[in-house]
Structures are given as C-alpha cells and as structure tokens.
Design a protein around this ligand. Structure first.
Ligand code: ADP
Length: 476
C-alpha cells in the first residue's frame, strides 16, 4: 500500500504543536508496518537549518488565477528511510514563522495552503507516483479530498482527513473562494456561515475521517465547534485513533537534552535534573517542594483562565512553578509579571524551545494540563514516561490517557477533574501535592506505574493501516 501524508508541520523540520509530532512519528510507525509512506510539507525557512536538501523538480502550481513556481526538494525523516518532500516557494514560506507573526495567521494563509495542497498532488503527477491513500491533516490540507474528487490526482486514490483540532477551521471571506480553483458544485460543501470554511469541506469530501482520540471523536458529535451536524452526517466514516508517543525522541534514558539521563529502575537522574533546573532558572524553593509545570501553546483552550484565576492560591500550596510557552499576549504578560512578583517561586520561559521542553519535562514532579477541551494532548503522555505525574481536566484525549489515582486499589496514573472549574482544578492539584508530600512511597509507586506504561505508536499505526485498507476496499 502506498500512502502520502501531507502536513503543514512535521517534526523536527517545523513545529508549532502536536500536529508536527504526529506527522513525524505516524509515518515512521506506518513504514515499520510495511506501508510505503511519503511525507509532503512546505519548505519553511526553518527546514534548511535542520537538513541538507536535494533539489528534485521544478513545476508550477495553480493558485487562483496565478501559476506559482514550486521547487521540490527531497530529504528524509531522521532515523528512518521515510522520504520527505519539501515544496518550496520563497514568497510563501521564507518567513520568520510557520503560520504568522504577532498572533494571527499571515494574510495570504489561504494561498499558502492552496499551494501546499495542490502542490502535493502536482508533485505526485510530476514524479508519476502510484498513490493509494492521500492523508490530509487539519484545515491546511483539507482541500485535498475535494481536489481528488475534482480529478486533480489519481481517481483510484482514496482520501483520509485527520482532525487534530476542530477549533481551527481555516475560515476566509467567501469572496476568496476562487483561490481554491474548485467548481461551484464542490465549493458548496466549503461554505459555512457565509464564509469559506476549509475544514468543513474536508469533512464532507474526505472518504474517511479520523480524529486523535476516541473520547474527542464522541465529544465533537455532540458539540463540534458548529460543525457537529456535518460530523454527524459522516459518523460511520469517523474514527477516533489515539496518538502515540515517539519514544525515540521522548525517552529519559537516552534524551540528549537532559543534564542527567534516568529510567524507571534508577530515577536518581530526575533529582539531578530538578536541581539543575532550579539553579538555572534561579528558583529558590525547597528542593523537596513539588515542582509543577506547564508546557503549552498559550491559548485559551489550554485552561489558562483557570490557572490565572487561582494562581496565588496554587502558589500558597508551597510549590515551585515553571512555564514554557508562547502565544496569547495577555497570557504571556500574566506570567511575565508573575515571575517579577514571585522570582523565587515562579519561572516563565516565554519562548519555543525543544531543549527546554525536554529539560522541564524531566525536572518537574507534577504536570498541569487543565484544558477546556483537548483533542488528544501529547504532553501528558510524555510526562508519564518522564515520571512527572499529570493533573488534568478529564476531557478528550486526556480522559483516555490519565486515570485518577486510587489509594485503595493502588491504580491510576494521575489526578483528574471533570468540571472545567478552578475549584475542581485546585482540589485535584491539592490531592497530588498531598500525596507527594505525605506519602513518598505511594508517590514513587504512582510515578513508576506511569513510567512503565506503553503509549508507543505501534497500536495506533495499525489502526490507521486498517482504516487505509477499509478506504481502499471502497474502490470500484
Ligand atoms: P497542541 O497540539 O494543542 O499544541 P499537544 O499537547 O498535542 O498540544 O502538543 C504540544 C506539543 O508542542 C508538545 O510536543 C509540546 O512539548 C510542544 N510545545 C508546546 N509549546 C512549546 C514550547 N513553548 N516550546 C517547546 N515545545 C512546545
């Protein structure tokens, strides 16, 4: 079976969030299962810094009325034979950021991702690939299923669209619809609330749909960011497949970013990382006090209103607090001023740094992820492997992966709260801190249980492969 996965982000070449991790790990896992898989992404400025590139082809891509030049390059996913094809156009992609600077998307976002979506199919044609499955991801590539239906691409190929986050739909003024190059008939499914909505069209046109956890797949049929009716109409083609963890990248035993490596059988290195982190960040809390951390896009979805509303009470529990994140200017400002006010207890790194993400992962005791909604969430699974106990709102993928600690049966791997509410969050955080301080033995057992869990990609990649097979079986 031959599959092509198209994504706006792929780790380590360009990353804004979990999409990049999935678009890198899933193809490698599929390849290990025998699927012939290729990856296509834009050639952003960051790509050249990360990998040598080999020019492969030059061709033009229709974007609205324009024919836009594309230079395609070839590379591969590190640690694998999976080829990655980078579609280059400096006007669109030689920019400081992936999506935009100062909050919103670049104003020509529609053109940029029409170029990626049509360019991916044009590359296939130029190189004369046989393709069975085209796997699109999120709104950026949600036009691909409609392009296949329009005959732009092989008629025998089937499309799969994965929704990594329904909250981002790629919405543009309807007047820009011609940029897509689709006929009025196909465009009808892209109209929503008098706007052009790329994700809606993808949902209606893809052969199969997936989202990134079973619980989120159920939740979006009930409340789906105004697309629930469309999702319900595709219920029998929608699957929730939990994301996995790439343990090549997220493994405290081998992680090159850490000050000290460690494992479940010898956790001494975790203490060492914590000492170094407190030192580097100038935190002056008792090393035996629990260190709570958040690593996140600073977006409303991630529960920052709860954290900001109860921050001083959280600090009164006698914790150290570390944040790594960028995003909303208001949330950034809140944490900047919190570090000024509590320099010994709070550190905020307002930046995007892979190295700090790994270090903080390893150095902290408790991971707080109070998301209002969470399609899957990856950090809670990374935390489990790094011996950092998660405290989460039981929604979407967090509900599927974090289970409340039960002191009697000694089961569970973290602490959860059901209602999206600051008091509920504080109460589960208090339970975690209480156990950490009062019963170190039980804490260690809880931590070790999490470290021993296996969230690798293999099982999920098999589900994707089965879904690809089901899609292929629908070929006439
Ligand atoms: P989302 O995709 O909604 O952002 P996930 O938990 O699924 O949330 O994935 C987030 C990914 O992005 C994780 O790999 C996390 O470590 C990473 N990440 C988020 N913010 C930062 C940051 N400021 N620096 C480094 N990595 C970050």
């Amino acid at each position: 079976m031959r599959a092509v996965l198209v994504s706006a982000e792929v780790s380590p070449f360009a990353k804004a969030g979990g999409l990049a991790d999935v678009a890198s790990a899933l193809p490698r896992a599929l390849s290990e299962l025998g699927v012939d898989v290729r990856v296509i992404m834009p050639k952003y400025r960051s790509v050249e810094e990360k990998t040598p590139l080999e020019e492969l082809a030059r061709f033009s891509v229709p974007v609205g009325k324009k024919d836009v030049e594309c230079i395609a390059y070839r590379g591969r996913l590190p640690g694998s034979d999976v080829p990655v094809f980078f579609l280059g156009n400096d006007h669109y992609f030689d920019r400081a950021q992936i999506y935009g600077e100062g909050g919103g998307d670049y104003p020509d976002a529609l053109e940029r991702f029409v170029f990626l979506s049509r360019g991916a199919l044009k590359l296939r044609e130029e190189l004369d690939w046989h393709v069975d499955i085209v796997h699109a991801n999120d709104w950026h590539t949600a036009l691909i299923p409609a392009y296949l239906r329009a005959g732009i691409g092989p008629s025998s190929a089937r499309s799969v669209l994965t929704i990594h986050n329904l909250a981002y739909q790629g919405v543009f003024p309807w007047e820009q619809a011609a940029t897509t190059g689709l006929s009025d008939e196909l465009l009808a499914s892209f109209q929503h609330a008098r706007k052009l909505n790329l994700l809606r069209g993808g949902i209606l046109q893809a052969d199969y749909l997936t989202t990134v956890s079973p619980s989120y797949a159920e939740e979006i049929l009930i409340s789906g960011e105004e697309l629930e009716d469309d999702l319900r109409s595709r219920r029998s083609e929608l699957a929730g497949i939990l994301n996995g963890v790439d343990y090549e990248v997220w493994n405290p035993e081998t992680d090159p970013h850490l000050w000290a490596n460690y494992s479940a059988s010898d956790c001494g290195g975790k203490e060492e990382n914590k000492r170094r982190l407190l030192d580097e960040l100038g935190l002056d809390v008792d090393p035996s006090a629990p260190l709570v951390r958040m690593i996140s896009r600073l977006a409303e979805q991630k529960g920052f209103d709860l954290v900001m509303a109860s921050f001083e009470r959280m600090l009164s529990f006698g914790i150290g607090f570390v944040l790594l994140g960028t995003g909303s200017p208001q949330i950034e400002e809140f944490f900047r001023s919190a570090t000024e006010k509590y320099p010994r207890q709070v550190a905020a790194l307002i930046t995007f740094s892979e190295q700090w993400a790994h270090r903080i992962e390893a150095s902290s005791d408790i991971f707080l992820m109070p998301s209002r909604f969470e399609p899957c969430g990856l950090n809670q699974m990374y935390s489990l492997r790094y011996g950092t106990v998660p405290v989460v709102c039981a929604t979407g993928g967090l509900r599927d992966t974090v289970h409340e600690y039960n002191p009697h049966s000694k089961s569970g791997n973290g602490f959860t709260f059901r209602d999206y509410d600051a008091e509920e969050m504080l109460s589960s955080l208090r339970r975690a801190i209480g156990l950490y301080k009062e019963d170190p033995q039980a804490w260690m057992e809880l931590r070790d249980r999490g470290m021993a869990e296996d969230h690798s990609w293999e099982a999920s990649a098999k589900e994707y492969r089965d879904l690809y097979e089901r899609a292929l079986a629908t070929r006439a």
